[in-house]
Design a protein around this ligand. Structure first.
Ligand SMILES: NC(=O)C1=CN([C@@H]2O[C@H](COP(=O)(O)OP(=O)(O)OC[C@H]3O[C@@H](n4cnc5c(N)ncnc54)[C@H](O)[C@@H]3O)[C@@H](O)[C@H]2O)[C@@H](O)CC1
Ligand SMILES: [K+]
Length: 481
């Protein structure tokens, strides 16, 4: 898969890439490429084009120009195309409007639209937008929302108007799209935060931009996960494939231990050890797991998973300290995060990789409010603590302590927000760490197969953590085959 389909570059880099190409192509060529891709996608979402009412929402920038040219293409195929300006004085893209008119389309007022459009094309604001929509545009976003509620399909041009391209922040009114056609590359704001929710299905139209520097974010694909996932060779044994230790769960919370070890059993390591007070429950659920009552007695491992269901008393703190004192990769979750929030030096001073997997409330204890910029939040905490942060959410964001692009995983479903799924996730990531996968890739691969398992579970019925566990082997199989 080409880089521009999975990498999200910041607006600044997109502008630079655009200038670079513009120097070598005739004027307007880029916009024509963009509009052609947009029109193609619009045709796909319509049952038929001829006679179909289409409304274009048009701002005063090039985003509106794209919409007008695509609208002209639809009008030439017989669609009844009406453009509404989101700015006063009809100051919209001139050549685009001329093209629309020549094809039989018209510029009208919102009040003149009598028939509900089958398709609404949102060209109010693209990467030139700042802040929430201004009132004239916001009024049209509301109209689009009402039409959408009645069955119209909304296609956003480059990004849903009102969404911040680099962060996904929505400050005020914004458009909600069914499909977003992004030009040149993805934008981070289409992948994370509120923007990901507003964007619907995202499709990239390659208009020939190329980027000299690394992207801000990379979307994790099954192909990438398959590349990272270790496979056993003929000379491997259960030890060389990596041994993962799970120090989670307690008498009171045996579930965390069962789910964590279960997750680890679907990873690539050859051996899963359990250390803690939930031995009996683990043995009953997973006879292949070897168990001990404490970290000290667990035997050798190549990576630890610690924290969930441990509680935060002295005994729990001891377990966390012992694990963090090793020179092994460690995944820290749940109660482990609470303990580290009290004493960040526990992770900051480690040399070996540490992966933290907070949800928003856990994050707040570690590094303050997540805020609207989730990529920046993950990066900030990763840098401050010198760890890899996997920030859970509708889209999972993974940032390392360096400046490498963050990974975004969109494999999951909202139903995964249920008790115990995080334990499954921590187990599978721990197994990848024990198998020698670097921390950011281990976290990304684990989140991808976990999200896929969640989707399979949701297709089968209500999602609970043990059913996510049941679907994990199939999710791994279909991802890495
Ligand atoms: N980057 C590229 O390579 C290409 C970009 N194209 C299109 O060009 C777009 C960018 O065009 P522009 O730079 O003209 O910018 P936009 O079309 O995004 O709009 C910027 C205009 O909107 C106004 N504005 C800013 N914030 C506003 C707000 N909150 N509410 C209402 N109005 C606001 C500004 O005054 C500015 O004039 C892209 O999103 C894309 O659709 C394509 O035509 C093809 C190539
Ligand atoms: K738009």
């Amino acid at each position: 898969m080409s880089d521009v389909l999975t990498g999200a570059w910041p607006v600044e880099a997109i502008r630079a890439a655009e200038h670079e190409v513009m120097a070598h192509v005739p004027p307007g060529a880029l916009m024509r490429r963009a509009a052609a891709g947009l029109a193609r996608r619009c045709v796909e979402v319509l049952d038929r084009v001829y006679g179909t009412p289409v409304v274009l929402l048009v701002g005063k920038g090039d985003n509106g120009g794209d919409a007008l040219y695509a609208g002209a293409a639809l009008a030439r195929r017989g669609a009844v195309v009406r453009a509404i300006a989101g700015v006063q004085d009809e100051r919209v893209h001139r050549a685009g409007l001329t093209a629309l008119r020549a094809a039989g389309g018209r510029l009208v007022e919102l009040e003149d639209v009598r028939e509900r459009p089958a398709l609404v094309v949102d060209g109010l604001l693209g990467i030139g937008g700042r802040g929430g929509l201004r009132p004239d545009s916001a009024r049209l976003a509301v109209a689009a929302e009402q039409w959408r509620a009645q069955g119209s399909v909304v296609v956003a041009v480059d990004l849903p108007s009102g969404v911040d391209a680099d962060t996904g922040e929505v400050a005020g009114a914004a458009v909600t799209a069914d499909v977003t056609v992004a030009f040149g590359s993805l934008k981070a704001g289409l992948l994370v935060g509120e923007g990901a929710v507003r964007a619907g299905l995202v499709e990239v139209v390659d208009i020939g931009l190329s980027f000299p520097a690394e992207p801000l974010a990379r979307l994790v694909t099954a192909d990438a996960v398959a590349r990272w996932w270790p496979r056993p060779g003929p000379s491997d044994d259960k030890y060389t494939r990596g041994v993962v230790g799970i120090a989670a769960g307690s008498e009171q919370y045996p579930g965390a231990a069962v789910l964590g070890t279960g997750g680890a059993l679907s990873g690539p390591s050859g051996y899963v050890r359990y250390a803690g007070a939930a031995r009996d429950a683990v043995r009953t659920a997973h006879p292949e797991v070897v168990s001990a009552t404490s970290v000290a007695d667990a035997g050798r491992v190549q990576a630890w998973v610690v924290g969930s269901g441990l509680g935060t008393d002295d005994e729990a703190e001891d377990a966390v300290r012992q694990v963090l004192a090793t020179d092994l990769p460690v995944l820290l979750d749940a109660d482990g995060l609470t303990i580290v929030a009290r004493e960040p030096a526990l992770v900051r001073e480690r040399e070996a990789p540490t992966v933290l997997t907070p949800h928003d409330r856990e994050y707040a204890r570690l590094a303050g409010d997540v805020g609207p910029d989730r990529i920046d939040a993950a990066r900030r905490a990763a840098r401050e603590l010198g760890v890899t942060v996997l920030l859970k959410g509708y889209r999972t964001v993974i940032a390392g302590p360096d400046d490498a692009p963050v990974y975004v995983v969109k494999a999951g479903v909202p139903e995964l927000a249920t008790a115990g799924t995080g334990d499954v996730l921590s187990g599978v990531i721990g197994s990848l760490l024990a198998g020698g996968v670097p921390p950011a890739e281990a976290a990304a691969a684990g989140a991808f197969v976990h999200g896929t398992a969640g989707r399979l579970a949701a297709e089968a019925g209500p999602v609970v953590a043990s059913r996510v566990l049941d679907h994990l082997p199939a999710a791994v199989q279909r991802t890495i085959r």
